[in-house]
Design a protein around this ligand. Structure first.
Ligand SMILES: C[S@@+](CC[C@H](N)C(=O)[O-])C[C@H]1O[C@@H](n2cnc3c(N)ncnc32)[C@H](O)[C@@H]1O
Length: 277
């Protein structure tokens, strides 16, 4: 007789195989604990009897799959999140970026885009935006649609304005948006420098010639295998001596690509592609 916990592992394995087979999304390399929690929540919320029932329903019901995809995509973000990180970027990395005539920046897992607009604002204030293209990608199309509009809840703006100041913002955040019907719409001149696009870290390829890659609070959802794939992708995407920024709960310490990077700022989790490569 197998134990309940083994049965659950078997059912989850079958579910993930079915999703990969039917929809091409490979969640087999997502971190186990949060993956299991989300699957069990979905079974309960969709009033299903078991994970196996979810597997068979999901094979024929793309709405249930889309719901699962939403569950899996934690899109929490904010403008100038961890302002000290943006301040450090302005004070160190931007100095290096100034040496390039064209600058490419990739925001990976950009969610609803607040991070990309924050970066665009600071680049503008450092006279770098006009020669920069920001690629902001996510696998969640719903989030990307919000990001493309650059339209955010005005109720959050006070907090964002505070973070902007802590990040070293030189003017007023209100210089960069208009308020309409309870929303703040960010200015077109920022959007012109950002390309929002779908990119799935489970399977898609590198973006070439990046000078800075920011992938914050994304790899925490991945297991070691997928983290290795993703950081390899970043090493391939970066120019010689390009920069990598990751989230405050993330590290390259146990990554297979560890030797490809040297640490520039520990607290801010800024790395640089090593000159050995
Ligand atoms: C918590 S948000 C982080 C947003 C932003 N980087 C920040 O730190 O504020 C994580 C984002 O990663 C995205 N994500 C998760 N798995 C992904 C994958 N395989 N490919 C691309 N994006 C992914 C999610 O859709 C979500 O928008």
């Amino acid at each position: 007789m197998i134990k309940d916990v083994d049965l659950q592992h078997f059912e989850i394995k079958q579910l993930l195989e079915a999703i990969y087979f039917r929809y091409g999304y490979d969640f087999r390399d997502y971190a186990r604990a949060s993956l299991e929690r989300k699957i069990i929540n979905r079974v309960t919320q969709s009033k299903l009897h078991s994970i196996s029932q979810m597997t068979s329903e999901l094979l024929h019901d793309s709405r249930l799959f889309n719901q699962f995809l939403k569950d899996m995509s934690v899109t929490v973000t904010e403008m100038f999140r961890d302002p000290y990180v943006f301040k450090k970027l302005s004070n160190t990395v931007f100095e290096q970026l100034k040496t390039y005539s064209r600058i490419n920046i990739w925001h990976v897992g950009c969610a609803t885009g607040e991070e990309a607009y924050s970066m665009a604002i600071l680049l503008h204030e450092n006279d770098l935006l006009k020669r920069t293209r920001i690629y902001a990608t996510d696998y969640n199309n719903h989030s990307l649609d919000i990001a493309k509009k650059g339209l955010y809840d005005a109720a959050k703006i006070n907090q964002y304005a505070q973070s902007y100041r802590h990040a070293g913002g030189k003017y007023e955040l209100s210089d960069y948006y208009q308020c309409k019907h309870g929303s703040a719409i960010f200015n077109h001149f920022l959007k012109e420098h950002i390309t929002f696009a779908n990119h799935n870290l489970m399977k898609d390829q590198a973006f070439a010639q990046m000078h800075l890659i920011s992938c914050r609070n994304v790899m925490i959802y991945f297991n070691a295998n997928l983290q290795n794939r993703v950081v390899k992708l970043f090493a391939e995407s970066l120019v010689h001596r390009g920069f990598l920024l990751i989230g405050d709960k993330e590290s390259l310490e146990f990554n297979e690509q560890k030797e490809s990077f040297e640490q520039v700022a520990q607290k801010e989790r800024i790395y640089r592609k090593t000159s050995k490569l």
